[in-house]
Unconditional design. Structure first.
Length: 41
C-alpha cells in the first residue's frame, strides 16, 4: 500500500512539473474573466 501511494504521489508530482514546464498555469486570471466579456461580432 505504501509503495502504491508513493508511486501515485510521484506520478502527480511529475504531472505537475510537466504542466508547469509547458506553461499550463501562466495566466489564471484571463480565462475567469473571459465569460464576463461579450464577443462583438
Amino acid at each position: 500500500m505504501i509503495g502504491i501511494s508513493l508511486l501515485m504521489a510521484l506520478g502527480f508530482l511529475g504531472a505537475f512539473l510537466w504542466s508547469m514546464s509547458k506553461g499550463q498555469n501562466d495566466d489564471l486570471h484571463t480565462p475567469a474573466m473571459r465569460i464576463l466579456l461579450e464577443d462583438e461580432k
